[in-house]
Write a protein of this length. Sequence first.
Length: 437
Amino acid sequence: MERWLWWGFGVVATILYALVSILSYQRFDVHSWDLAIFEQAIKAYSQFEAPIVLVKGPEYNILGDHFSPVTALIAPFYKLFPSAYTLLVAQAVLIGLSVVVIARLAIQHLGGWWGSFFAVLYATSFGIQAAVSVDFHEVAFAVPLLAMAGAAFVNGKFDHVIWWSLPLFLVKEDLGMTVAAIGVALWLAGERRRGFWLGLVGLLGTFLIVFLVIPYFNNGGEYDYVGTLGGENGVVSTLVSGLGTKLLTVLITLGVGGLSVFGSPWIVAVIPTLAWRFVGDVEYYWGTEWHYSLVLMPIVFIAMIDTHIQKPQWRWANALIAIGFAGWMLQGSAFHQLANGDAWGGNARAQAAHRVLDEIPEGSYVEADIGLLSHLVSKHNVYWRGTIGQAQPDYIVFDKDLSTDDIIGYAWQAHNREFTVIYEDGFFVIARRAGLK
């Protein structure tokens, strides 16, 4: 019976996550260019090609940007279903698997009622809801890995902790520091030898990926994000900048775990992610929005479960705290928005976007701003207007809310070619290269 319970939580959560992402995509919500980037990379993998991402620039190998070869695992599914929906569903499944792991651990150790309570808190946590509402990101692969590593930690299977942690190197380069932090957690739990070697591997692996592997694939021979750590003002100045936002992020991150998380050594694994976010000079990193807190959720809830196993007398007090934070963060969240009828229906902008997509022949080379970037990638070769360089597009597509300059004038300035407007409405405008049929 219990097995059906934790799988039930996972299936329901997966459906809800997929629903949030798919509805957002169908509404043509504009988030960022990330979905377009990942889809181009996975499309290349599905064709057994190097992951060249035109959105980042002509001949741009995405392994020279962030080291995330794990996304190639989606390629076989993309080959069968070549659409952005494949990525969105894959992300939902990956996070849903972590729900199964967390639910199973909690139910086995704390019983059906308490275990179910923690499973629901985890499945609806702010970091997960924020992530599924902003398209696809590679860190979704880290979530089940961290959940499995954490479950092994709680169960005292420390060799399994190591084996579930090591694949994090293939998810994203910063997660090597999380591997090192897991080594510290093992050390604090009394596993000194394992902890030392895993910590050392985490540090060395991060160094190799950041300073050797990524520069090898990077067109400039460097790691582009070194400059974001501290930015122009320096690390200390950047760290204290926006301090209120950062402290609130820490409070909420720990609060959804009921503040009991300090009872487990596992909580140290949150430190690297919070550290690079807070010394980064990009304000998007600092708050609770976007996908940046996704990898923290399994860590926090594993620590919460571990503490409640050791200190059952804390359960009720911490449960009330966790419910309070969860309720606070539910306002305006992805699941809360599902209750709004507007989330389910179409809109005038979406209808216009479909007309735009119908105007552009499949396989064309298209330059666009981020307005329709993610919707063009599946059937077209797409450049972003900010990184197209000397490449020559067949079509230029502007979202009028994002690109207010004259499209014909832009075409002459950027490409020294004549383009003709072939479609325009209140939302979008398309220009076609002169002489192109």
